[in-house]
Ligand binder design. Sequence first.
Ligand SMILES: *Cc1c(COP(=O)(O)O)cnc(C)c1O
Length: 359
Amino acid sequence: MQAATRELREEIDEAIARVLDSGYYLLGKELEAFEREFAEYSGAKHCIGVGNGLEALILSLKALGVRAGDEVIVPSNTYIATWLAVSYCGARPVPVEPDERTYNIDPEKIEAAVTKHTRGILPVHLYGQPADIGRIKEIAAKRDLWILEDAAQAHGARYKGKPAGGLGNIAGWSFYPGKNLGALGDGGAVTTNSDDLADRVRVLRNYGSRIKYLNEVKGVNSRLDEIQAAILRVKLRRLDNWNARRRAIAAQYHEGLQHSGLVLPYVPEWAEPVHHLFVVRSKRRDALRAHLEKSGIGALIHYPIPPHLQNAYKDMAMRPGSLPISERIHEEVLSLPIGPHLSETQAATVIRAIEEFRA
Ligand SMILES: *Cc1c(COP(=O)(O)O)cnc(C)c1O
């Protein structure tokens, strides 16, 4: 993150100065420009900047009309924000297990989870790899459900050549600093091809108001501010280059670790991932992580505890063993260092350290 800021420091300084000189800090020209640019980037007709990724999902669900008593299909294997957005609307997240190779929701298991209360499907493009949207769309069409993409880890990812963010009915994005496209603070966005949904999110994010002091619905305050929008515009211009660097590192890892005994990321032929994370699996995960740490390599776990076993969801009373695939994944995954500013030499050091561990 520091390296990204260093690379772009002058342009970022200029962008911030432009905002300070304009005197507009919210809902101004920078946001409008960013919304236009990011809509185009993600192949959607509309983009609406909001406060963060969680609120992008919440406002999308609200715009889709989700209410108490509704059910929404979510992946069992995801960051908890996906579930929390559904819960916040008073609806019930209904977990579906992942495909063990891609870690994304297994489309073949979705229909069994659909009830008369189900309103939609909320697939996540986890670790920057697109979910199997084609299959999910078939099921959504058959059961009359909408699709909300959680694209928080997938800026630039493509499914059969089409960018994430315009694949379903609506999509939620996060610009948390560590994401592939990250602000220097909190930020988020919603993209959609629907004029109607875009209009609803636009009103909801600003107190339910289109005209000042005229409130049509009970909205919230969730806006992407001018400084973050201006910074994101600078970074968006660099995103494809940065994603290409991530791809090069991923290729280096695939090559260097093919005989490592680790389970490496699997990429279906229709997927163009952006490697938000490079996640490997090992039965000796904790020992491997300790060994890497000793060699000065930080490897993180995404994620240590699945949502259904978090205290926050104890009301669902789901015991260990109730979602076995997700639980096993959580016990074995390790994220190797990856990012646009990781050098080839640094990646080679990681590969060497893993070889040492095996020996
Ligand atoms: C980061 C993330 C979010 C939430 O984004 P914030 O901007 O941190 O609120 C939601 N879903 C997934 C999958 C994420 O990785």
